[in-house]
Design a protein. Sequence first.
Length: 130
Amino acid sequence: MRIGEVAERAGVSPRALRYYEERELLPAERSASGQRHYTETAVARVRLIQQLYSAGLSSRVIAQLLPCMHTGIASPAQLQLLAGERDRVDRQVRELVAARDKLDAVITAAAASAEGDQACAASDRGEAGP
């Protein structure tokens, strides 16, 4: 596949693919004319890279982890890195859930007081209430 097709299927820009190749996250073969060509597995690999970036992993860490993620074989150092990143993601998830819970509480409180606020706003404008 050419770069544009992979980018479209994976939902990223061609520039992102060139960056991944530069960081040795995504292998690409070159044609005689220098055009990049990717295998069918490139789209899934790009999606995985995007997930790992979204989880806060750096390109350096992703480069270290990709080989064992595809083979299921990891060195002790890679296992330690994987476990550390999983623990960091778990902490991040807990923090996001706590933030969502606080937002839910504010939404619930605001919805419960919305009628009172509307009545106050009407009286502030000098309108008679019901």
